[in-house]
Unconditional design. Structure first.
Length: 212
């Protein structure tokens, strides 16, 4: 039996075998990283009242980049920077994988803004007179997310989306590809930001179908 267990671990880095992402999410790592669930919820669905985003179901490479950026200081946040710094490289990788694989929690139905509302127009069509394309052109239909560079916006707390748009606008966040968000956010008014954030927050979170 010992031989079988030993063989099963061949080719896997020892640190990878030792990381228990679920334990870190629920109890921290004992070296300065607090339980992730304290801010992002036991199911990774986030906490809208505290502006804390959903992590469950996000792309693993995107999550890993954000953790690495927090750890390196490329992305600034007074809570997440010390948390990410307290995680080892293997732990950051494990946490990104863990949250990417968490099933998405169904959220209560929300009344959708009118299709011709300011937020809907900006999100789906943009405003080319200001050089602003529709957000869904990068973030996918309904803000469902596209790969590692364009995270889901659907169902994220409106306050979180607003905070990130303002951070890009003010230059306090600058870890976007090709500085796309910095340029786009500069063209948005405070009302634009509030409206488009509300539109995405109201969108249903896409749940992947499970095989029968």
């Amino acid at each position: 039996m010992f031989g079988i267990v030993a063989l099963a671990g061949i080719g896997m880095p020892p640190a990878a075998l030792a990381v228990d992402a679920a334990a870190i999410a629920h109890a921290g790592n004992g070296r300065g990283a607090a339980p992730c669930m304290a801010c992002h919820g036991a199911d990774g669905a986030g906490q809208a009242a505290a502006d804390n985003p959903r992590l469950a179901g996000l792309d693993a490479a995107y999550l890993r980049k954000q953790l690495d950026d927090f750890a390196s200081g490329t992305r600034s946040n007074p809570v997440m920077q010390p948390m990410a710094t307290a995680l080892s490289e293997d732990e950051r990788h494990a946490m990104a994988t863990y949250y990417s694989q968490l099933p998405l929690a169904m959220k209560p139905a929300t009344a959708l803004p009118a299709p011709d509302s300011a937020g809907a127009v900006l999100a789906t069509r943009g405003d080319w007179s200001r050089g602003v394309p529709g957000c869904v052109q990068c973030h996918g239909p309904g803000g469902s997310g596209v790969g590692a560079n364009f995270p889901p916006l659907a169902g994220q707390p409106a306050s979180y989306i607003e905070a990130q748009l303002k951070a890009w606008q003010e230059g306090t966040r600058h870890n976007d590809p090709l500085q796309l968000m910095q340029h786009l956010s500069a063209a948005l008014s405070a009302q634009d930001i509030e409206s488009v954030a509300a539109w995405f927050a109201a969108q249903p979170v896409p749940v992947a179908e499970t095989a029968p």
